[in-house]
Design a protein around this ligand. Structure first.
Ligand code: ADP
Ligand code: MG
Length: 497
């Protein structure tokens, strides 16, 4: 990784911090995670909800950390450098940008916020970059990726130190474009401060995460910070869904502040729109794409009207980055979106097999409704509930599955240390409130095989709960398990018979 030399003095100046200690000491990294602190690291001591970083300050200095960033004054007789700041999270973000040489300044960085569609839109933006023959990077709920190189994601939006290190690596590996989900919680926690976004996208805002933000107004305001400069810099342009009432408000507010805005909509006039939308479970979604650069007919493997919004958003961002419209269309025609989000398992039969990560009653209901809208056939649902996690959703998930399916196979998700049969019994309590016929098979592989064997023309087999996961956790063992692979195996077997 390429580095500029940075001293404590330089960092302290950037942070407006009061510095105690050796100003000439060289800084080689910054972290809030004491386990990652090593020689030359600056340690940001954050008072979190459950843990106070100040507990580790002596320890990290002993292990070679070059200094501490904190909102408090240095303890008496403290042996090390100390930077006192107003806001430690913001300071962490700024320090990370400086230490890694402001990588966001040299990339086309796209940030995506909204209640739904962030991951899918991120995958679409990444695919459009590749279709335009640009190497790209992305940070998503599913994975962190630089070109072909991928690692599983730890969280949707990493801490600022991890993001800046990632962006530096992307630059060093010749990426020109980087795309990231920016959750409203992450914005709130200053994880995206001082990033320079070339494009910021607003997908939509619905009643979700209200447990964290308490009111819609707060929630809107958290998201707005990505757009209005309160993170340190304004995005060069903003791409906004104005079919969403909060999006329409945001577009108006930014425009009246003189900012560059590109709007998209399906029900209203906008810079980018879609007409003649047709959705088919087996053939995907087709529509006429209308952009300031011209019109094109698109057929996408993604299924559902919401995904048309995601495609409009990604197209608008791509046009802002100067991509060729024909390259964009090629990307849209081939991109299957994010893994495990209503992902169709490819086969040439006349029924559909869909893998979806819905693992709450609410998400399961949405997915089942989507499936119902798209088929005249039966819906056969396979699902279970995770062990050692929220038990109160088991019966409601059973009830939702029973109400909205024609047949259910109850099975195991990740049972962890719980007895799988006990979890299944708790799901059955809800199922028994419905008239839906069902089978209980604790072995997930066998359950998927049975469901696929039952399918007839026009049916949908929905395998819910694990989505993109490639493992199953039973007891304390984690072994390879991929719903999509098992479904393919079952489809193969069906063909042989
Ligand atoms: N633009 C959209 N509007 C409404 N719902 C959407 C949209 N895009 C995706 N969805 C639905 O929302 C769920 C989450 O999609 P995902 O792309 O993972 O979004 P996020 O990263 O914001 O959670 C999926 O079940 C999907 O079907
Ligand atoms: Mg996501």
């Amino acid at each position: 990784m390429t580095f500029q030399k940075t001293t404590l003095r330089q960092i302290a100046d950037q942070l407006n911090a009061k510095l105690l200690g050796d100003a000439a000491a060289e800084v080689s990294g910054v972290t809030h995670d004491s386990r990652q602190a090593r020689k030359g690291t600056l340690f940001a001591a954050i008072r979190g909800l459950t843990m106070d970083g100040h507990r580790f300050v002596t320890d990290v200095i002993r292990r070679g950390a070059v200094g501490i960033i904190s909102e408090s004054a240095a303890p008496e007789n403290f042996q090390g450098a100390w930077l006192k700041v107003e806001n430690v999270r913001e300071a962490l973000a700024k320090a990370a940008s400086v230490i890694y040489g402001n990588p966001s300044h040299d990339l086309n960085l796209v940030g995506i916020t909204g209640t739904n569609g962030k991951t899918t839109t991120t995958y679409l933006c990444f695919a459009l970059a590749e279709a335009n023959e640009e190497k790209a990077a992305m940070l998503t709920t599913v994975e962190y990726r630089i070109g072909e190189k991928s690692e599983p994601a730890v969280r949707t939006t990493p801490e600022a130190s991890d993001t800046n290190r990632f962006l530096r690596e992307a630059l060093d590996e010749n990426c020109r474009t980087a795309v990231m989900e920016t959750s409203s919680q992450a914005i709130d926690l200053h994880r995206c401060d001082w990033l320079r976004f070339r494009v910021a996208i607003f997908t939509n805002l619905t009643r979700d995460h209200l447990d964290y933000h308490l009111t819609m107004g707060n929630y809107y305001d958290a998201k707005k910070r990505l757009f209005d400069g309160r993170l340190g810099e304004k995005p060069f342009s903003s791409v906004i869904n104005i079919d969403d009432e909060w999006g329409a408000k945001l577009a108006e507010e930014l425009k009246s502040g003189g900012q560059r805005v590109l709007t998209f909509a399906q029900n209203d006039e906008a810079d980018l729109t879609a007409e003649n939308v047709e959705v088919s479970l087996l053939k995907g979604t087709s529509f006429d794409l209308l952009t300031p650069k011209g019109e094109r007919k698109i057929t996408s493997p993604l299924v559902g009207k919401p995904h048309v919004y995601n495609m409009l958003a990604a197209t608008a961002a791509a046009l802002e980055l100067g991509y060729d419209l024909d390259a964009i269309c090629e990307g849209l025609k081939t991109c299957g979106g994010a893994p495990g989000r209503f992902e169709r398992v490819p086969h040439d039969g006349n029924f559909a097999v869909v893998v979806d990560y819905a693992h709450s009653d609410d998400a399961l209901l949405n997915t089942l409704k989507t499936a119902r809208d798209l088929t005249g056939g039966k819906i056969i649902t396979v699902f279970g509930c995770g062990g050692d996690r929220d038990k109160t959703k088991r019966a409601p998930m059973g009830e939702v599955a029973g109400k909205h399916s024609d047949f259910v196979v109850v099975t195991s998700d990740n049972p962890r240390t719980e007895n799988p049969l006990k979890i299944i019994e708790e799901i059955e309590v809800g199922l028994k409130n419905t008239n839906c016929p069902y089978l209980s098979i604790s072995d997930r592989r066998e359950a998927i095989h049975r469901a696929i064997m039952k399918a007839e023309p026009h049916d949908v087999v929905l395998i819910a709960g694990k989505g993109h996961e490639t493992y199953q956790i039973v007891g304390s063992d984690k072994f390879h398990f991929d719903d999509r692979e098992i479904a393919l195996e079952a489809l193969e077997k069906l063909k042989e018979n």
